[in-house]
Design a protein around this ligand. Sequence first.
Ligand SMILES: Cc1ncc(COP(=O)(O)O)c(C=O)c1O
Length: 430
Amino acid sequence: MALFSTMSKTELLNAQSELLDKYNRFKAGNIQLDMSRGKPAPAQLNISNDILKLSIDEYINCDGIDVRNYGILDGISECRRLFSELLDIPADNIIIGGNSSLNLIYDAFTRLYIFGSLGSKPWGKLDRVKILCPVPGYDRHFAICEELGFEMINIPMTPEGPDMDMVERLAAEDESVKAIICVPLYSNPDGICYSDKTVERLAKMPTAAEDFKIFWDNAYAVHHVFKEVKLLNIFDVCKKYGTDDRIIYFFSTSKVTFPGSGIALVASGDRYIEDIRRRFGKQTIGYNKVDQMRTCKFFGSPEGIRAHMRKLGDMLKEKFNIVLDTLNREFEDGELLKWHKPMGGYFISVFTMDGCAKETVRLAKEAGLVLTNAGASYPYGKDPNDSNIRLAPSYPDTDDLKKAMELFCICVKLASVNKLLNNIEKGDTQ
Ligand SMILES: Cc1ncc(COP(=O)(O)O)c(C=O)c1O
């Protein structure tokens, strides 16, 4: 097929009319499809159901502690050991928190806002606080920063992670640059994995702010789909450079067992984890140890978690393949749409021609397909190129997903053709 950008006005009008026919047929079908959030499908949740069937008699932990009662602020020892072995972080540097890593991230930001870190001035008392935000990124991270009045700086993503030349320069020259937010493995939404070099550069870079933090949201640490990508252990590297108190590491079982009903953890260097522990002591008497116990009993070992994730990965693979095969078939030449094939995680992120993302999402919504808002993957909801759309293939069943992708492709093409026709009207043929 000829490239749309080389078509004459008449050819484009013909293409538009054909696309509108297809689009209107979908619209008439009154469909209701949702690819907006990365929620596990019911079939994925089902494989964790036995976690709810554990014996009610199993409430004394390996240290003889009754997990039904108060106490053990930082998590029962078998649970800290399980995640210590899984993620290769010393157990002493881990605190098992509540049910949500996002909650721990919010806590971490507000703690810095109120108290600072290890004697530094509280961020809330500073005139300006800037946060480096690799983009596209996770909308809920940006929402926290926006709420606290932090200034967010877009850092473009490369195939190896954030543009480290830019990160190093900004962190070194500006004392108000206080943190970077990273989803280092199968990033949300691009599925990009940070290279060893990127991790090393983050660990060793000089920072003007003495209390600079790396928010290491390793939400997809074990969520391999097509292959297992190995991430360099940031604790090991930071130890080498004496910067381990710079790390605030997060993980949860939200997309391992049940989102919102799993367990989450935070980890940091020797000094900063003590600071967090002390502050948690004022915040709570202890987190939910019953769920910690259930999680440990259900998986038994890190290998138990890895085996479980292989099953979940196989389920997701089928859906990722539906999306990727459709994109390959419909946008083979890369003229109207570009994307990066993720090896794991939960999302596939696509880039339309500049200025077409919002219109694509609008068209899809009008025809019954809900997508993540265009711009959501950028600070302040503003994608400077209006190009990125995050696709979340996990929730719909495979038939719905095929239908959703068919409609999505029509919407991308229609938005692109409309844009090209608009350009011609304006005398701009670029
Ligand atoms: C990068 C990232 N961090 C955190 C979360 C939320 O995790 P939790 O359910 O543990 O709060 C998500 C959920 O999609 C995510 O993609």
